[in-house]
Ligand binder design. Structure first.
Ligand code: NAP
Length: 306
């Protein structure tokens, strides 16, 4: 139930009701944070599932219908769909509505939709640093955001009360809040999330190309490390295409750094420089320890979910 000091909305419009949107909708329903949730999605299957799961009170495939009368609008589609959606809804947004999002890239996405957002709405961009490789409304769970960070990247002129409301919503989901500049966010996420996904997509692709030659042994011996890459490389192709298209600069910068570091390791191997390799691997082991100390090592799990 609603805890003291938690937020309450009258009508929340979810544009996109997949893993992330449905997980937040589950929290809002579980804790009574909203009177009515309307979910907007293109496919009948997504809309039916949202109704069946009880995470939406009504559904539509018309974005402008979804946002009419909403005091909270949440963009929860792949980021490449944002501009088109905002163009469709801008004339139907109500004054003082809070518009927020969950997209994994911020700066380019914000500047692409900013011109189409009316001045009278409060725009609070956000990004929950939480997820799994699964997609769609059935994949969500209400504990997904527990003990995870949500980064908010509001513009300097954003009304503090709107930022506070969005932050309270995420806190109610169990998350911790960090306010950050959008450009900085994109750099941090390029190295912590985007480049690791790119590496996973590459390794799994390369292994697949070699599969014929290796006669099925890649899959057979996957437990030796490859398995973890296949999990990451199973992430939604459209979502990740949009992330790389919208965070070009930061990803290319971090890839440049990575390529240099790989060349250093390549040289170590060629020169049989065991000492240098051991020093690096000892340092990286320390980083793993800090991740464990920060409590960010356990993957989210749907157990005990709403
Ligand atoms: P998802 O499970 O694939 O859900 C996407 C939702 O958007 C679905 O309801 C889909 O339904 C709808 N949709 C897709 N394309 C659309 C379009 N062009 N126009 C309108 N609706 C569209 O995706 P997700 O994992 O929840 O990701 C959503 C957002 O969260 C992305 O921006 C992503 O960057 C961000 N994010 C994801 C993760 C993660 O680990 N997955 C973590 C943090 C942030 P229909 O196909 O029926 O339209």
């Amino acid at each position: 139930m609603t805890g003291s000091g938690s937020v309450k909305f009258k009508r929340a419009a979810f544009l996109g009701m997949g893993l992330i949107g449905s997980s937040l909708a589950r929290v809002m329903k579980r804790d009574g944070l909203v009177d009515h949730i309307i979910a907007c999605a293109r496919s009948g299957e997504t809309r039916e599932t949202a109704l069946k799961l009880g995470i939406a009170d009504s559904v539509t495939d018309e974005p402008k219908v979804a946002v009419s009368g909403a005091d909270l609008v949440l963009l929860c589609t792949p980021v490449g769909a944002y501009q088109d959606l905002i163009k469709k809804i801008s004339a139907n947004l109500y004054p003082d509505t809070i518009v927020t999002d969950v997209g994994s890239v911020k700066q380019h996405v914000i500047s692409s939709i900013r011109p189409y957002l009316p001045e009278f709405v409060h725009f609070v961009p956000g990004h929950p640093i939480a997820g799994t490789e699964n997609s769609g409304p059935a994949a969500g769970f209400d504990t997904l955001f527990e003990n995870r960070w949500v980064v908010l990247t509001p513009e300097p002129e954003t009304e503090p009360a709107a930022i506070k409301k969005v932050a309270s919503l995420w806190r109610q989901a169990g998350a911790r809040i960090e306010i950050m500049d959008a450009i900085h966010h994109d750099k941090v996420l390029a190295i912590t999330s985007h480049v690791p996904h790119l590496i996973a997509y590459t390794i799994v692709g390369t292994a697949n190309d070699l599969e014929d030659q290796l006669k099925g042994e890649v899959v057979k011996f996957a437990a030796s490390g490859f398995r973890d890459f296949t999990r990451i490389a199973a992430s939604d192709p459209i979502m990740w295409r949009d992330i790389f298209l919208n965070n070009q600069e930061a990803v290319l910068e971090m890839l440049g750094r990575l390529t240099e570091d790989i060349s250093v390791l390549q040289r170590c191997i060629r020169d049989a420089d065991g000492k240098k390799m051991e020093a690096l691997f000892t340092r990286t082991r320390e980083i793993r320890r800090s991740v464990i100390e920060a409590g960010q090592h356990i993957p989210p799990s749907p157990k005990d979910s709403y």
